[in-house]
Design a protein around this ligand. Structure first.
Ligand code: SF4
Ligand code: SF4
Ligand code: FES
Length: 224
């Protein structure tokens, strides 16, 4: 059966391509691999992010060229988004104050919504900026689970807020401070001498005992 040929436009060039195949594959078949950047080819790295317009009146959107399929009349706009160097995460106490020190542009956000509209992964980027400002870092970490770090939310932000870089900093900082806490806990446990503990518990002043119990609840170990 003959393959159905359709017409699409990529960077303004008209192309006749097979219908319903991944956009990247269509470009390769046309000998144009350099039109759109590629990386993982599996929807994970964000290198191939493009924006698309449709001729049938459907709303345009951002998408991943390795995952989207060719359709009659689609118009594709690729662009290269330069990577920026990442700010190292903190391994203890990531909070709003520390976030602002590393990313002083956080409060420039005007809540214009462009980042949310641009995100190919449907992440509520603008709302998550508000959660960052409210110190709700666990929720931010969840918001950005599917982020492919294409950089589009940074690219469209006129106020240089860098949403995905901040989210990455938060996710990495939370992960390293949890790791540090686990190490501290296991260090504390390894230093517990059972006989000493019983002697202390049977003889200590009740206030001292309570204080020690509070430390144990917080850290999983007892003061050395
Ligand atoms: S594009 Fe920038 S200013 Fe607009 S909501 Fe997103 S982060 Fe805020
Ligand atoms: S949050 Fe930003 S970097 Fe992450 S996928 Fe969405 S647009 Fe790309
Ligand atoms: S090439 Fe990695 S997401 Fe498309």
């Amino acid at each position: 059966m003959a393959k159905k040929e359709i017409e699409i436009k990529v960077s303004g060039k008209k192309l006749q391509v097979e219908s319903g195949i991944p956009l990247i594959k269509a470009l390769w078949s046309e000998g144009l691999p350099e039109e759109i950047q590629t990386g993982c080819m599996g929807g994970a790295c964000g290198a191939c992010t493009v924006t698309v317009r449709y001729s049938d009146g459907r709303k345009g959107k951002s998408d991943l060229a390795c995952m989207m399929l060719t359709e009659e009349g689609m118009e594709v706009f690729p662009y290269r988004i330069e990577a920026v160097s990442q700010i190292p995460p903190l391994s203890i106490n990531p909070n709003l104050q520390n976030l602002k020190k590393s990313f002083p542009t956080l409060d420039r956000c005007t809540k214009c919504g462009s980042c949310t509209a641009a995100c190919p992964m449907d992440i509520p980027v603008m709302d998550s900026i508000s959660r960052m400002q409210g110190n709700e870092f666990d929720k931010v970490a969840e918001d950005f689970v599917s982020c492919v770090h294409c950089g589009l939310c940074r690219f469209v932000c006129e106020d240089n807020v860098k949403p995905h870089n901040m989210a990455l900093w938060i996710r990495r900082s939370l992960a390293s401070s949890e790791e540090k806490l686990e190490t501290q806990k296991s260090d504390s446990f390894s230093n517990v001498d059972e006989t000493e503990e019983w002697t202390f518990l049977l003889s200590a002043d009740p206030k001292e005992r309570l204080k020690r119990a509070e430390v144990f609840r917080e850290t999983g170990g007892v003061p050395k």
